[in-house]
Design a protein around this ligand. Structure first.
Ligand code: PGA
Length: 250
């Protein structure tokens, strides 16, 4: 069976004290071992304290971004090596906010993915269409080009460290969710692309998460779909009770 994953993307929210409070609540409410893989992605300044706080739990700590170079004159950036030196071995790449506000392109993302894979990190790779693309019936081809340009050059072996997160931009932080049917339709399309461009086994084994306004009220329906293996959760991951309810929605 494919790995089921729920990852919380905390974005640029919570200072250190607020992060510690959220972690405390999560730990208190996580009364039993989750049956799925759980990840949280705090801001850079909170990565190490989060890693320390969660090291006696199964929860994995992920970074929200990294630079493609190992080191050098890149003011304000963080490398894979730096993340690994504090115990962080998972990174989110290609989030739509990085693409929109920081102009990350598929080409640059391919380099970031290569750097992460070379460092043996796990990557949660985000992609998804904008509303305009869907209205113009371009969503399938747009997603195809995002995957082709950033990932399809990878070796089959590298795919064991890739988690996909389909996040339609129109559903992120808007309260508007793709219907479970829309999510399933796209996830199936993605699996077919993997089969045609990588291999049948990669298509079968790669976890594909859905992201975009997932909350306790809709998680179960979405996660029940055959090709949906979990979720990348923004807003609802900032409340421990909501996040853990989503974690238990399989
Ligand atoms: P949202 O964010 O759950 O707040 O829509 C999802 C994401 O950006 O990963």
């Amino acid at each position: 069976m494919r790995e089921q994953i729920v990852a919380g993307n905390w974005k640029m929210n919570n200072d250190l004290a607020e992060t510690e409070e959220l972690l405390g609540e999560m730990k208190m409410q996580m009364v039993k071992e989750p049956e799925v893989t759980v990840m949280v992605a705090p801001a850079f300044t909170n990565l190490y304290p989060t890693f320390q706080a969660l090291k006696d739990t199964p929860v994995i700590v992920a970074a929200q971004n990294m630079h493609e170079s190992e080191n050098g004159a890149f003011t304000g950036e963080i490398s894979a090596k730096m993340l690994q030196s504090i115990g962080v071995t998972t990174v989110i790449l290609g989030h739509s906010e990085r693409r929109a506000y920081f102009h990350e392109t598929n080409e640059q993302l391919a380099k970031k993915v290569d750097a992460a894979i070379a460092a043996e990190m796990r990557v949660i790779f985000c992609f998804g269409e904008e509303l305009e693309d869907r209205k113009n019936d371009k969503h399938f081809s747009l997603v195809e080009s995002q995957l082709k340009e950033a990932l399809f050059h990878l070796s089959e072996d590298a795919w064991k460290n890739i988690i996909l997160a389909y996040e339609p931009v129109w559903a992120i932080g808007t309260g508007e969710t793709a219907s479970p049917e829309q999510a399933q339709e796209m996830h199936k399309h993605i699996r077919t692309l993997l089969k045609d461009n990588v291999s049948a086994s990669v298509a079968e084994n790669t976890s594909i998460l859905y992201g975009g306004s997932v909350k306790p009220a809709n998680a179960r329906e979405i996660f029940a779909k055959e090709d949906v293996d979990g979720g990348l959760i923004g807003g609802a991951s900032l409340k421990a009770v909501d996040f853990l309810e989503i974690v238990n929605s399989f």
